[in-house]
Design a protein around this ligand. Structure first.
Ligand SMILES: Nc1nc2c(c(=O)[nH]1)N[C@H]1C(S)=C(S)[C@@H](COP(=O)(O)OP(=O)(O)OC[C@H]3O[C@@H](n4cnc5c(=O)[nH]c(N)nc54)[C@H](O)[C@@H]3O)O[C@H]1N2
Ligand SMILES: Nc1nc2c(c(=O)[nH]1)N[C@H]1C(S)=C(S)[C@@H](COP(=O)(O)OP(=O)(O)OC[C@H]3O[C@@H](n4cnc5c(=O)[nH]c(N)nc54)[C@H](O)[C@@H]3O)O[C@H]1N2
Ligand code: SF4
Ligand SMILES: [Mo]
Length: 675
């Protein structure tokens, strides 16, 4: 049988947003490859998504609507039901809820598609007046920090890293989470560039850098201030660029002068020489580029740390050089081309302002008894593109909330995740290979289309279709609920020729090559904010949980735990793909040999990791990747694959970041003992 190739786009929450060539034979996907003609994909996919056919044609796919028949505290049992019955049950429940703010959507970036990630769902929630969701679980501290420095979420072109002479890979395990950036970094390395990893963990990326600075989690702001101190006292500033492109430098200068390397050293756990050496390299190498990633902003001071680091290239004028600057997010470049209002229809709120629940504190929200301020308790929860039982902090509370028998939970899913296990209704969703979508990227500046390659499997439906049917069952006759996915796709972007996008599969956005070379930041004055009009000067903000802030807690729980992603999973996606799970084998806790020895723990032993919120059993890996005082619990396993039915989020807490109200997964103290 002959095969055909369909234009696809990787849907995952990954900065690379690869262009896919989906090879189809009949109604079967036989392989998924990266497109060689898409510059940022250059013909290669990560291991995870090259297994996409295995995920889509997986024997455990949910293929019919399912209705719960067991109690929520019992092992989950479900029975298949028809779509009509499922949709009717949802409409009946929604109609019975008087204050629609008691209906809570919960979604994140299981797919980043503009259609399946929102669109029809948002229209429904807006029309209904359901509670809103503050989507803070990943990037909102960094987004707020970057915006407070540059005026928007913008950065250098990822391809320009290939021409840098110095690359700081800051809070990013790029080989695992940003593979196509790593390709450019490697090109630079071959041309003689120096690569420096700034990361508490000795990652596979740090292994391949020339230098690894293993700082303490949450100390990045102090490091950035000490680097600025050195730039100032050594006259390494680009005063011409500062004059043209930076607003309020004097205030920042005074702040930085409070942070000599001698003060930052004990805070960061780096030596004075390491800090001075880094400052010198950064000041004296051009072009110098920083690949900042979200790993460093999952702590109390994440927003301020991003502000400080983002200002470094403004002080040295690195932006003037091709191959110099910084990239955390490129999504601001795409923002003017996204027609969110057309897709989401905020006008359907008709002036109402339903309550907003922060997704990073969903545990507390689900257990909230209701109050004048909060409004009614959450009575219905609709989860799509997310697995909160596994990924949200302080899981014991999230699970307890999801176990409420009076809570009506609907989960749109591909698989029986930890969250689906706690649902009243599970609705089968199509995967990226079965539906239409349009994508922008936060790591590059192309837009992509994803055409359905095969028919929906079983009775699965695209998210858009499910929300269309719920709207119809609720009697919403607004014409926008009748629009099909093609109509949505054609509205998703403005200023882009949709048919040209469709023909090639991807199109570059018209972003200038060196937009910040002369300043021109998207702030009212065109200058970056060293002093922000309302936030003032950025400062170091220590972790919620650290010895400086809470010595009593630190005495009981002396180890800082971070839980960065495992290379072969994407958050909690792919944990059930056996070939990938086999590579990761089992949930582990990486420990430094000194910390392990002090507790009588040998490599490979089972350990109990605990704090006041809970405990989890993990296999210790004394493998050279953890720094002293820090343990790494690689994530994000499904709870049910854990030895004791739990994962690392059993230990994390729901406190938020300084800016952006984000989760602080890597701001967490624990103790470890032999199991
Ligand atoms: N394979 C894989 N790829 C992924 C993901 C995945 O789960 N697996 N997740 C995707 C998602 S959702 C996102 S948001 C992106 C980005 O996801 P990120 O969360 O940025 O993921 P990583 O690149 O692993 O970077 C995290 C790195 O930050 C380090 N780190 C932890 N705390 C600190 C700190 O305080 N300071 C510093 N400097 N470093 C710290 C960790 O050790 C880790 O190496 O990646 C995406 N790509
Ligand atoms: N401890 C700890 N916790 C973390 C992190 C960490 O580093 N450490 N990282 C955090 C970060 S950065 C993030 S972004 C969050 C991520 O958290 P989530 O956004 O919840 O990401 P996933 O765990 O990948 O879950 C996405 C789910 O969406 C489903 N899905 C995918 N496509 C579709 C679709 O088209 N339709 C429907 N209905 N479902 C679909 C997938 O099957 C999957 O189960 O986790 C956070 N949690
Ligand atoms: S997860 Fe990232 S690297 Fe892997 S295929 Fe998707 S976009 Fe590319
Ligand atoms: Mo994320």
């Amino acid at each position: 049988m002959t095969s055909r190739i369909v234009h696809g786009a990787c849907p995952h929450d990954c900065p690379d947003t690869c262009a896919l060539a989906v090879h189809v034979q009949g109604e079967q996907v036989i392989k998924v490859q990266g497109r060689a003609d898409h510059p940022n994909t250059h013909g290669a996919l990560c291991t995870k998504v090259s297994r996409y056919a295995e995920r889509t044609h997986h024997p455990e796919r949910v293929l019919t609507p399912l209705k719960r028949v067991s109690k929520k505290t019992e092992p989950p049992r479900f029975e298949p039901i028809g779509w009509d019955e499922a949709v009717r049950a949802i409409a009946t429940k929604f109609n019975a809820i008087e204050d629609k703010q008691a209906i809570q959507p919960y979604s994140y970036a299981g797919t980043m598609g503009l259609l399946q990630g929102g669109s029809m769902a948002d229209r429904l929630w807006n029309r209904l007046g359901a509670a809103r969701l503050d989507r803070t679980i990943c990037a909102s501290a960094g987004a707020a920090g970057l915006t407070a420095a540059y005026g928007h979420r913008i950065g250098m072109h990822v391809r320009h890293f290939a021409d840098a002479k110095l690359i700081l890979i800051w809070g990013s395990n790029s080989i695992a989470s940003n593979l196509h950036f790593w390709t450019y970094a490697n090109q630079a390395k071959r041309k003689g560039a120096k690569l420096v990893a700034i990361d508490p963990r000795r990652t596979e990326t740090a292994d391949k850098c020339h230098q690894h600075l293993a700082l303490r989690p949450g100390s990045d702001g102090a490091l950035a201030l000490a680097l600025m101190h050195e730039l100032i006292v050594n006259d390494w500033l680009d005063l011409d660029y500062i004059e043209r492109a930076v607003e309020g430098f004097e205030g920042l200068r005074a702040k930085a002068l409070e942070w000599p390397p001698e003060r930052a050293a004990p805070v960061t756990g780096l030596s004075v020489d390491e800090i001075r050496g880094l400052a010198k390299d950064y000041a004296q190498t051009a072009p110098a580029a920083i690949r900042l990633n979200y790993g460093m902003q999952r702590v109390h001071g994440g927003g301020n740390a991003v502000r400080l680091i983002a200002l470094l290239p403004c002080l040295t004028g690195a932006w003037k050089h091709h191959g110099g600057g910084l990239l955390l997010s490129a999504s601001g470049w795409a923002a003017p081309f996204k027609n969110n209002d057309a897709l989401e229809r905020p006008d359907l709120l008709a002036g109402r302002q339903p309550r907003m629940v922060n997704m990073s504190a969903i545990g507390d929200a689900l257990l909230h008894p209701g109050s004048a301020e909060f409004g009614p308790p959450i009575q219905a929860l609709v989860v799509y593109n997310s697995n909160p039982a596994a990924v949200a902090p302080e899981s014991a509370k999230v699970v307890k909330g999801l176990q409420r028998e009076d809570l009506f939970t609907v989960v749109l899913e591909h698989f029986m995740t930890d969250t689906a296990d706690l649902a009243d209704l599970v609705l089968p969703a199509t995967t990226q290979l079965e539906h239409l979508d349009v994508h922008t990227s936060y790591g590059h500046t192309d837009v992509l289309i994803n055409e359905p390659a095969i028919p929906a499997q079983g009775q699965a439906k695209p998210n858009t279709q499910v929300f269309r049917e719920i709207a119809a069952a609720l009697g919403f006759t607004d014409p926008c609920f009748a629009e099909d996915d093609e109509a949505l796709a054609r509205q998703a972007l403005t200023g882009i020729d949709f048919d040209a996008l469709r023909a090639q599969g991807w199109l570059p956005l018209p972003v200038p090559e060196h937009p910040l070379a002369d300043g021109d930041f998207p702030t009212p004055s065109g200058k970056a904010w060293a002093t922000h009009p309302t936030l003032g000067v950025p400062d170091f903000v220590p972790n919620h949980e650290c010895a400086e802030v809470d010595p009593t807690l630190a005495a009981r729980y002396p180890l800082a735990m971070i839980s960065p992603p495992a290379r072969n999973f994407l958050n909690s996606s792919f944990v059930n793909v056996k070939s990938l799970r086999d590579i990761e084998r089992e949930p582990v806790l990486e420990m430094h040999p000194d910390d392990a020895a002090a507790r009588g723990i040998a490599d490979g032993a089972m350990v109990r990791v605990f704090n006041d919120r809970g405990e989890q059993l993990l296999r210790a890996a004394v493998n050279g990747r953890a720094r002293p005082g820090v343990v790494n619990g690689l994530g994000i396993w499904w709870r049910k694959f854990g030895v004791d039915g739990k994962n690392v989020n059993e230990l994390t807490h729901q406190r938020l970041t300084d800016l952006g109200a984000a989760a602080t997964f890597y701001d967490c103290l624990v103790e470890v003992a032999p199991a």
